[in-house]
Design a binder for this molecule. Structure first.
Ligand code: ZN
Ligand code: ZN
Length: 306
């Protein structure tokens, strides 16, 4: 039978059959969304995620643990309170664990190295009874009145991180602004320990398995540039290239402009250039299965390296 070219009416029907269900699906999703999840819940989720993530990345990590900048006392209090809301342990304990991680990164004594298994690095390590002692790892913080106050009242801040979304949005508010937000905050933080010591690129030679992973960089507000961080732990900025998005770095920069942060530590350009040049060979190991190359004679062979 000779085939005739399709008529305009035929084409219109095909278009309708293709497009109408798509539009209907979008409407269905929208109505489901309106019933189950409201814009208020989504807003609560994003606002609490952002505030608490900054508390961990800028407050607990860069300010408290690495002294990347000297904060105004009010900013210090706020950041530590927000960081405590992440339910990742009291500020003092968090700092002790993290200093221990840097001191023994991927060697014996590292609280969370993927050398002992990826899941151990991600979540398993928290079930270990081996706890970093603040008296040993961060003595200088033990007598800091703001740090000790916030650490002692840790449970209060944790409770507030659930009660405030509940007060604003009821049970749905608690679900999205509290629990779903906590789930994401936890896994993103833990990914810095697991993913960023397993996957990604090594831009600098370091005596550990730290790597730069851009997805974690995005979700964890810059903390995913973790090889940069192990190479220059004190740097207030973990993104060291213009394309390495580092939201926490922008916040520190903004605080500095507003004179709420002082003595912001920046890696000297000459030092950065020297380390970048030396890292020429280490750059290549982008596969998680590739052995870690540490050609510098002073480098220690990491535990469990293939
Ligand atoms: Zn690390
Ligand atoms: Zn660190």
């Amino acid at each position: 039978m000779p085939s005739r070219p399709p008529t305009l009416a035929y084409k219109a029907v095909v278009l309708l059959v293709v497009v109408a269900p798509l539009l209907a699906t979008l409407v269905a999703i929208y109505t489901l969304w309106e019933r189950a999840v409201t814009w208020r819940d989504v807003t609560l989720f994003f606002v609490f995620y952002a505030l608490i993530a900054f508390g961990v990345t800028v407050g607990f990590h860069r300010m408290l643990t690495h002294r990347s900048f000297r904060p105004h006392p009010v900013i210090k209090f706020l950041l530590l309170a927000l960081g405590s809301m992440a339910f990742e342990g009291p500020a003092l304990q968090w700092a002790a664990t993290h200093i221990k991680h840097h001191a023994q990164a991927d060697r014996e004594g590292d609280p969370h190295s993927p050398a002992e298994g990826f899941l151990h690095a991600h979540v398993g390590w928290m079930f270990s009874s081996d706890v970093a002692d603040p008296e040993v790892y961060c003595r200088h913080l033990v007598n800091d009145p703001i740090v000790t106050f916030i650490s002692r009242t840790f449970l209060l801040w944790g409770a507030l991180s659930l009660l405030i979304p509940f007060a604003i949005g009821g049970w749905e508010g608690l679900l999205w602004g509290g629990l779903v937000r906590m789930f994401l905050t936890h896994h993103v933080t833990w990914s810095v320990n697991s993913v960023c010591h397993t996957f990604g690129k090594r831009s600098f030679e370091t005596n550990d398995r730290s790597r730069n992973e851009w997805v974690v960089g995005l979700l964890a507000f810059g903390e995913g540039w973790h090889n940069n961080h192990h190479a220059f732990p004190r740097s207030a900025f973990h993104g060291l290239r213009w394309w390495q998005f580092d939201l926490s770095g922008y916040l520190i920069w903004a605080l500095e402009k507003m004179r709420l942060a002082h003595e912001v530590y920046r890696v000297p350009a000459a030092q950065l250039a020297r380390r970048s040049q030396r890292a020429g060979d280490a750059r290549a190991t982008s596969s998680p299965l590739a052995p870690l190359v540490t050609p510098a004679p002073t480098s220690a062979e990491p535990v469990g390296a293939p």
